[in-house]
Ligand binder design. Sequence first.
Ligand code: NAD
Ligand code: ZN
Length: 259
Amino acid sequence: MSSTNIERQARTVAQALCDAQQAVALTGAGISVESGIPAFRGAQGLWDKYDPMEFASIESFLDNPARVWGMLRELDELVRQARPNPAHQALARLESLGRLQMVVTQNIDGLHQEAGSRRVVEFHGSGRRLRCLGCGRLVSRAELMFDELPPRCGCGGLIKPDVVFFGEPIPERAAMTAMAMAHSCQVMLVVGTSAVVAPASHLPLLAKSAGAVVVEINPEPTALTGRISDHALHVGASEALTLIAQAVEERLGGAGEGR
Ligand code: NAD
Ligand code: ZN
């Protein structure tokens, strides 16, 4: 697709965002790829070594926590080094312009908050928090010793990152907030997600059936393409969201500049 086409689509999406009372972005691993954290699907790196379906299940974690912590330690290192990219920044800018009310993220990397997004629903928890499965307390990063795997709390309990593994329920408050927003929004941006991991993958369907415009941003076609998405921008998240945020700024500043 030519870049003019993407620019035209970005202007159409900007118009929809400017007309909407409520807009939300649903993000997945793809938005953080340009920050150096590989997604599960479509690539490479960490996941060549570790099969995510195996390593990200609660059964495997409880079965062999030392083995799964080997992967978590490497992911933790990538997340610590990662910085928000222009896609995270563009979403934060849309929020500060009053054109995006919420980010619902499946990511556990904390990069939306670091970019300045204030209303972020962490659908799958956060890798920046840790919890002891013995006494239930939150464990600080500083306490985490990697010299022995798996890391253990003072009480002897197993420490687990506060993320949702396959086979675990979605935190109730996050699920309720995200579903309510999917029902009430007029625009949903679906960014960097293969939209196959349920129940997050239901959110675009909910939004669509409630009448929202669904905009997909992903270099590859997904399960939503041609079925659920009203617009599909098949480029990287940074390029698409930067263009959309610029187009929104132009529209909002348009009156003063005589455009
Ligand atoms: P996924 O790995 O299933 O899909 C990632 C999608 O991103 C793919 O469709 C791919 O085409 C797309 N993509 C790749 N590069 C992109 C780019 N530059 N811009 C936009 N899109 C791009 O991810 P998922 O749907 O989020 O589901 C996997 C689960 O694992 C989720 O819970 C996810 O958040 C989690 N996970 C999180 C991280 C993280 O926190 N950064 C990393 C890996 C996996
Ligand atoms: Zn404990």
